[in-house]
Structures are given as C-alpha cells and as structure tokens.
Design a protein around this ligand. Structure first.
Ligand code: HAM
Length: 418
C-alpha cells in the first residue's frame, strides 16, 4: 500500500467545507478592495527564490524542494507566493496597465520543515500583493484587509503585531548596535546564531533557542530614520482611526529577506507553537532586485491549514455543503428509466441528487440514502408508476406520501427547503 509523503495531507470529507468557506470568504473580502486573482505555476527557477527570499534565510538554506529537471534546469517548488507573483508582474508588463496593481492568490506552497500540528511540507496560503504604492495608506490597507478577512471568517482570538524594520540606512545603524550587543555573547549562542552573526545579524532576533538574549537586544524602533519613523507613525494613525487593534512588537523581524519598513504578523491564541496564521510587510526593493523598475510594494499571506485550526478551536459554525439532498431509489426495469428522468428533472432545479446506480433491493437503497444523510428519498416503483404515482419519503421522520409524477419536483423542492 502506498502512503502519502510525510508532511502532506489528504483533504476530504467534512473538512472540505472549511476549505470552501475560507476560499469564499477570502475571495469575497478581497473583491471589496479591488484585488484580482493571479495563478502562477507551482514551480519556478530556483534562482528566483534565492534572489528574493534571501540566501541566508531558513527557507533557502534548509527548506526548499529543489530538483533538476530533465533539461538540467534547477527547479524549486514554490515555498511562498510573493516571488512568483512579482516575477509574473514583471514578465507580463503589468505596470503598463497602471499602478498600483492589486493581486491575490490561493494555492499550495512547499517547505521542507519538521512536520507538526499546523506545520506541513505541503501547505496552502492565500496572499495579497499591493504593488506600486509608497504611501502609508498602502501599508494600512494591507493590515485592514488582513483584519477584515479574519473578522469575516468569524475569528476573534487573534493579535496583529506590527513593527518597522526601517530602510537600508537605519537598518545599517541598527545592525551595528546588534553586533555590538551580541559580541560578548557569541560563545553562548546556538550554532545557527553564530553563523547568522556574520551573514545576517537581524535573523538572531528570530532565534527560538536563545530567547533570553533576544528579549534584551536593542530595538530597531530606536534606530529608525525620520522618514521611516514618520511612515510607521502614519500607518498606525490610519489604523487607530479605524479602531483596528494591533500591538507593537519591536522585535518582530520576519523570516524572509525582502522586507523593509512596516512588517506585521498575525498570531492566533489557540494555535500553540505554530501560532502565526499570517504575516507580511513592505518590500520596496524586491521588484528592482528581480529585474523590474523600482516599485514600492507590500503584501501578506495567511496559512489556510492554520486558519482551519483556529476556526475549529473557536468553534465557529461552518455551513455544510448542500450535497446529497435527495436520494432517488427505484424498483423494476421500467421504474429505473423513469427514475433517472426524475433525478435529472430535480437537478434541473438545482437540487443535489444521488441516484441509485446499484442493482439493490429497496431496504439496501434506503440504508444507503440514510448513510449519505439525504433529507428526502424519491422511490419509483413499477406498481406505482402504472398509476402515474411515485413515493416521497422524509428520511428524518420516516413519513412518506404518494404523489402524482408531475408534482414530484415541486413538492420535493418544498420539502427540502422547509
Ligand atoms: P510567511 O510568514 O513565511 O510569509 O508565511 C505566511 C503564513 O503561511 C504563515 O504565517 C503561516 O500561517 C503559513 N505557513 C508558513 N509555513 C507553513 C508551514 N510549513 N505549514 C503550514 N503553514 C505555514 C510569506 O510566505 C510571505 N510571502 C508573505 C508575504 C506576502 N509578504 C509579502 N507578501
């Protein structure tokens, strides 16, 4: 027997309704803000992610699914959606249709991480990218959209954390301060931190091992230049005015290298170790880095599996998919021909019908209908048909009535809508 690959999941049955629910809420919410969908390939040239996500990040160092295809090209299954979206934006000359451009995506992503609850190797994100605006209005919009998605999903127990990691200018001063702070602690920090000290000192703040050092480290917000400070203040003012709740976290740095300025993460209280349901921020230099022209932009993404855990933990009711509303059972040669016609008539009226395709007796057919949780059963029998009659059975109460063939659809519709 073949088994699914570690860190992947089969999604089916009762869980599917959560996927439909999230996808529908996301699409409806981002529509309100003018975002249109983009679907990029699942795999891209490896170089795209090295250049964007960053050589020194965990994603590029340890987590990418990279392979050589039969044409000896290095290919990587996308670990995130921003780089592919920006690649597509540049390649398809989308700036020609005017900026800013608002795009969103939903789809699978791949990271070779240690699987645990809320962390898979194939997971799904939805994300939005607002491309082409340098204004704090855009930063605020990103956070407002994220907040509205969560609210529209019905979630309550989440916190939006925000910070500014500044521009190259202020970050250079901050990096020096961090280096100084860690210089006498280097013998005591983990191996990853020792390496990052030289390659990317900001990432020390993301260490899950040496947390006591992180706590007392210098704060980037004390090193912001006037422009970055003003941008950050203005973003917060816009959020305050809309009464959007957030907390400032001066140690929030994010795990991808393309960010500058305002960054944010959303954490859910019931998720335990993998508490981040989403994250994002501004990435003003990424488009130029990938070969386009200087285009200030920002975006965020949320993990769909984590949103589902949050929905379940908060016990948010999610409507069942209207499936298997009516079962059509039949007995006899002539009856099944007419029964198939009735099933199609019902479907013409938008009703979900399961037709009995097995040669079974009536009680076996009714048992199957009950197992599928059908509300109603239409029973077409040879004897009844001779009298131009079929039987309607309410599967919840067991009540059944005889009804003229021509009135089946109308009456069945009334019954299931009750
Ligand atoms: P990220 O923080 O790496 O950002 O991922 C966003 C969200 O994806 C996380 O908060 C988490 O909910 C989910 N996620 C990440 N890895 C896993 C995993 N292994 N299993 C389950 N869920 C996971 C980005 O990916 C950026 N591209 C966001 C962005 C868009 N920034 C600007 N635009």
């Amino acid at each position: 027997m073949y088994k699914r690959i570690k860190g992947t999941e089969d999604i089916f049955g009762d869980d599917i309704k959560y996927w439909y629910y999230i996808e529908n809420v996301v699409k409806e919410t981002v529509r309100l803000y003018g975002y249109s969908e983009i679907r990029t390939p699942i795999f891209e040239a490896t170089e795209l992610f090295i250049r964007s996500v960053g050589e020194e990040t965990d994603i590029v160092q340890k987590e990418m699914y990279t392979f050589e295809d039969k044409g000896q090209r290095s290919i990587t299954l996308r670990p995130e959606g921003t780089a592919p979206t920006i690649r597509a934006f540049i390649e398809n000359s989308m700036m020609a249709t005017g900026l800013p451009k608002r795009l969103f995506y939903i789809g699978p992503m791949f990271r070779y991480e240690r699987p645990q609850k809320g962390r898979q190797r194939q997971f799904h994100q939805f994300g939005v990218e607002l491309i082409g605006s340098p204004s704090p209005l855009a930063d605020a919009e990103g956070i407002i959209v994220a907040d509205r998605v969560l609210k529209n999903l019905g979630l309550l127990n989440y916190t939006i954390k925000i910070n500014s990691i500044g521009c190259d200018k202020c970050r250079a001063n901050y990096k020096n301060a961090l280096k100084e702070y860690y210089s006498d602690k280097l013998d005591y920090v983990c191996d990853d931190c020792k390496r990052r000290y030289n390659t990317n000192v900001l990432r020390l703040l993301d260490c899950k091992v040496d947390v006591e050092y992180v706590k007392d480290a210098p704060k980037i917000t004390d090193y912001l230049c006037d422009d970055c400070k003003h941008h950050y203040e203005e973003t917060k003012r816009l959020l305050d005015n809309l009464k959007i709740k957030y907390v400032e976290d001066p140690l929030l740095v994010r795990g991808l290298d393309y960010y500058n300025g305002v960054v944010f993460e959303i954490h859910h209280g019931d998720l335990g170790a993998q508490s981040a349901v989403g994250g994002g921020g501004r990435y003003d230099k990424l488009i130029k880095e990938l070969g386009g022209s200087q285009t200030p932009s920002l975006g965020f993404a949320m993990g769909i599996e984590r949103l589902i855990i949050a929905l379940k933990n908060e016990k948010i009711p999610v409507e069942d998919i209207k499936n298997n509303e009516i079962f059509v059972a039949h007995l006899g040669e002539q009856a099944r021909i007419e029964a198939l016609k009735i099933a199609e008539d019902l479907r013409d009226n938008g009703i979900s019908v399961v037709f009995s395709t097995m040669e079974r007796g009536l009680s076996a057919q009714l048992k199957h209908a009950a197992r599928l949780k059908c509300k109603l059963c239409v029973i077409v029998g040879e004897n009844e048909l001779e009298r131009n009659i079929v039987i309607l059975r309410n599967m919840e109460t067991g009540e059944q009535i005889e009804i003229e063939r021509d009135y089946v659809v109308g009456t069945a519709k009334e019954w299931i809508e009750e």
